[in-house]
Design a protein around this ligand. Structure first.
Ligand code: ADP
Ligand code: MG
Length: 276
């Protein structure tokens, strides 16, 4: 352990915050006005580099799409941000202040990073409303709050979530009776009820009908008005309709970045991905 590595029991709000000493380092490009900052992130599995010196910057309030062939490292990138996977090398900073490589999954979630995995994981035998309510109370963590009545603020927040995920008329129905697409929206609503600053969504429209996919475009654009959103998707028409900056990953690093037209016309992108 070097001199700078003294471990102090800091309150959560300060844990992982960059110390002045590390901010003063000159060999690290400093994160500034970013919600998410990855620099030189490498993850190896038995010598295979799932992420290979990946650098990626997301601005506050940005909606960003990440595309790329299977195995490009898209899910691994999300695993690194949420603390499921520790990078071998590299910098991962949230909100210009928090070094995510020093925090565990629960601490990262508490900082305001919400993640939706590909498969919906709603409680089928609870109502749609109860799913949202449980998720909101889960955030608080304390056992007794599960039995506490909702306050006015919580009710307002839940109403807003229902507006955004367009499930207001299904509040009292069992979550199990929803379509696949509606379950995905419910799970997005469960994340939203926790008020994350940054949401990570892994292939949210996989398995949706065309109509559901179209609605998900406007749903995500609504969400992006109040949150930063990173969405991994394969569906090119969906990504085009999101009308946002697109990052193409390939073999664990960024191959191209720009609007959909520019990446679709990029020769390297055509070769490794779109042209196949
Ligand atoms: P994507 O989401 O872009 O399809 P992934 O991030 O899931 O890609 O995977 C990137 C590469 O890393 C793949 O080759 C995958 O097989 C490999 N990989 C991912 N997770 C593991 C793991 N836990 N152990 C070994 N290899 C893994
Ligand atoms: Mg994946």
């Amino acid at each position: 352990m070097s001199e700078g590595d003294v471990v102090i029991d800091l309150p959560l709000s300060q844990r992982g915050a960059l110390r002045p000493a590390s901010r003063a380092r000159t060999d690290v490009v400093q994160a500034k006005d970013t919600i998410l900052y990855l620099d030189g992130v490498t993850v190896s599995f038995d010598g295979f580099r799932a992420l290979n010196a990946l650098s990626l910057v997301i601005e506050p309030g940005e909606l960003r799409a990440i595309i790329g062939p299977n195995g490009a490292g898209k899910t691994t990138m999300m695993d690194v941000v949420t603390g499921n996977t520790r990078p071998d090398e590299g910098t991962v900073i949230f909100n210009d202040a928090y070094d995510l490589t020093r925090l565990d999954e629960a601490e990262i979630a508490n900082l305001g990073i919400g993640r939706k995995f590909q498969k919906p994981t709603v409680f089928e035998n609870l109502t749609v409303f109860d799913n949202i309510e449980l998720s909101l109370k889960n955030l608080r963590g304390a056992f007794d709050t599960l039995f506490a009545r909702l306050g006015a603020d919580d009710r307002r927040r839940i109403d807003r979530v229902f507006e955004i995920v367009r499930l207001g008329d299904r509040r009292g129905d069992m979550a199990g009776s929803l379509s696949h697409g509606q379950k995905q929206w419910l799970e997005i609503g469960m994340l939203l009820s926790q008020g994350p600053e940054l949401m990570l969504l892994d292939e949210p429209v996989a398995g949706m009908t065309d109509a559901e996919t179209e609605q998900t475009v406007s749903l995500l654009r609504d969400i992006a008005r109040e949150h930063s959103v990173v969405v991994v998707e394969h569906d090119m028409e969906f990504v085009r309709n999101l009308d946002c900056r697109v990052t193409v990953l390939h073999e664990g690093s960024v191959l191209a970045e720009g609007n959909m037209d520019s990446v679709q016309q990029n020769r390297k992108v055509i070769e490794v991905y779109l042209g196949r």
